[in-house]
Design a protein around this ligand. Structure first.
Ligand code: BT5
Length: 263
């Protein structure tokens, strides 16, 4: 089967789960495409997948590299219900949980979720997630969750571009990986875990897969002072719990960096 036949088969399979997938050979950023689609009235679970991104974005306009044929770049439209507005910080972890679950199920890997928004294999970044909200005044119109997953070695950017070590699925597994299979499983898991957003099962899965648990870490950010201590877990609202002596900090997601403290 060539790519267009595969896409047709996948579109059909995903549409049975309520996912409407658009495929682009090359685009600037799938998050921009999905945000545009949202403005035009996209259905929930409208998804844009591209083979290549020329202006892939990370947080705070950092660059995300998606080389042709080497990676997954997919963005999904979601409409948080009124009661979920206070759970907005859980939407990026939702994607991390869905991807971790897909990688465990497909390949028996042991992925870890680096708070708030990366998926790691062997303490190296295999995936980055960017959740963006579309507000009109104080009205939340919808959200887009973009996920990049490195599949072949060609997906890994040059080391001088990296702020954290990177890896890809094929390097970790030592076998060829079918990215269409990863895409399908990830989107199906996203729909599955959306039902459990913020519930005990969600928080438990997240805790079990939280990177650097019980290790000494350092958190820094643009406005925050540096906090260092033992990473204890996450709060039900999605904050990161850090124990510094007798003080417990609860760090909220934003532009914060989490790193292991060298001993
Ligand atoms: C992220 O940002 O990790 C979120 C990346 C989200 C990418 C997806 S792809 C689909 C959708 N469309 C988009 O335009 N974006 C989303 P952040 O935590 O800020 O990390 C960015 C940093 O990761 C960069 O500054 C690089 O150091 C590093 N980086 C860039 N490309 C990478 C890659 N392919 N693999 C690993 N690290 C990478």
């Amino acid at each position: 089967m060539d790519d267009s036949e595969i896409v047709t088969a996948i579109r059909e399979r995903l549409s049975r789960r309520g996912i409407d997938l658009r495929y682009l050979e090359s685009t600037g950023s799938t998050n921009d495409d999905a945000l545009r689609w949202l403005e035009e009235g996209a259905p929930e679970y409208a998804a844009v997948f591209a083979d290549e991104q020329t202006k892939g974005r990370g947080r705070l306009q950092r660059k995300w590299v998606t080389n042709p044929g080497a990676a997954l770049a997919v963005s999904v439209v979601l409409y948080p219900a009124q009661y979920e507005i206070r759970q907005i910080p859980l939407f990026a972890p939702l994607a991390g949980i869905a991807l971790a679950d897909a990688l465990e199920g497909l390949f028996g890997l042991s992925p870890q979720i680096k708070w708030p928004n990366d998926v790691l294999l062997g303490e190296k970044k295999v995936s980055g997630i960017l959740a963006e909200s579309h507000w009109v005044g104080s009205d939340l119109r919808g959200m887009v969750i973009g996920t990049g997953v490195n599949i072949t070695v060609g997906s890994i950017p040059p080391v001088e571009m990296l702020t954290f070590p990177a890896t890809c699925l094929e390097s970790e597994l030592g076998i060829e990986v079918n990215r269409w299979q990863v895409l399908t499983s990830y989107l199906e898991k996203l729909v599955h875990w959306r039902e459990y957003l913020g519930k005990d099962m969600f928080l438990q899965y997240w805790m079990e897969h939280l990177a650097f648990k019980n290790r000494e870490v350092e958190i820094s950010g643009t406005q925050a002072e540096i906090v260092s201590g033992i990473l204890k877990g996450i709060s039900p609202e999605g904050g990161l719990l850090i124990q510094e002596g007798t003080i417990q900090h609860c760090i909220q997601a934003g532009d914060v960096h989490l790193r292991l403290r060298e001993s």
